[in-house]
Design a binder for this molecule. Sequence first.
Ligand code: HGY
Ligand code: MN
Ligand code: MN
Length: 417
Amino acid sequence: MANDGHQRADVDSDRLWRRHMEMAELGATQRGGVNRAALTPADIEVHSRLATWARDRGFTVEIDAYGNQFMRRPGSTDAPAIASGSHSDTQPTGGRFDGISGVLSAVEALEVIDDAGIVTSHPLEAVIWNNEEGTRFSPTNLGSAVYVGTAPADIMLAATDRDGVTMQSAVQTLREAIPWAGSRELGASMAAFVESHIEQGPELEAEGLDIGVVTAIQGTRKFEIEVIGDEAHAGTTPERMRRDAFVDAVRMVTALRELFHDPDDIMRFTVGRFEVSPGALAVVPGRVFFTVDIRHPDDATLARLGDRIEPVCGQTGSRCDVRVTETRRADSAPFEGAVPDAIETAARERGYSYKHMPSGAGHDARYVSEICPSGMVFVPCEQGLSHNERENATPEDIARGAQVVADTLLILDERQP
Ligand code: HGY
Ligand code: MN
Ligand code: MN
């Protein structure tokens, strides 16, 4: 098959699938999914096994202040690394592929390139970005966003989980598990970054395509909303005297749903957490906390409608106080140039069918693209299901994604300065 002069190394599909199944046991749920929040013991075990794998190969391992882990195969020059990876944490009812598949694909790519004895001029790195899903530590944050400076490291390290454990101490626990790992500066430069990920949507499977070359990630805004009323006795307090936080919060959510209703079904609006306090049968709720996650490919639409959230909540809550905090704002980000070009070359040379497509989900590559040319490879997943324990993909599709990563690293090694 024609190629543009770069070297090639073929991935081992069986080994790659075996590693997926091995990692799926760490945090495995009864219903076949994975619950592996960032830097919990199961997640640290993932980091530790992959660090040991890297060391056994003679690669170096570095961890930065936020717990991102870099496994590096040296190059023949001291150029910045060409990197690939994703995250190892999952949603509470997550699947076996979201995140970890991109990490294992990067690991497989480095392994086959090493097995083939290929000398690259750039170092190659497999990266585990810490805390991508942001379910353990609030506000929502991403190791990749901290690494590139979009999210402030000091605030994100002080974030606590529900037990009061700070991210900083969780990172310390990671370091203690891999005491021999070196340290990495946040923001250290990279020559390029490619991330493989299951599509998390239905298009590739429905169209019978092997690979998605990702063109952009749609913008998102995330909010935390606190509604404060007064706790009162459920049996004795007349309706006219109540400041019921639940009643006001439901009115707010209903009004917001109307605000974000989109006849074209492009807008994404989700209330993913809704917590009623004190959560007792006989107490009028005094506090409600809920989250809003909105996404849209058009930044102006996201800006205009997102800015309406606070006034709409203020106007709709009739008796309670409301506080709206925006915890993340990320405009749409395109992937253009060197990396998507290399991904397309790789897919074409291997004879894989592919198309260009945007991503509805957020990904680490979106943040890494702020410091170096970046791109993403999508592989099909069953019925587009993700953030679900039934998430599934085939060994063949996963292997094609990893193959594209391996080839893309070698193409970029030739093409990138
Ligand atoms: O929420 C997202 O888009 C990603 O799964 N973190
Ligand atoms: Mn996810
Ligand atoms: Mn993911």
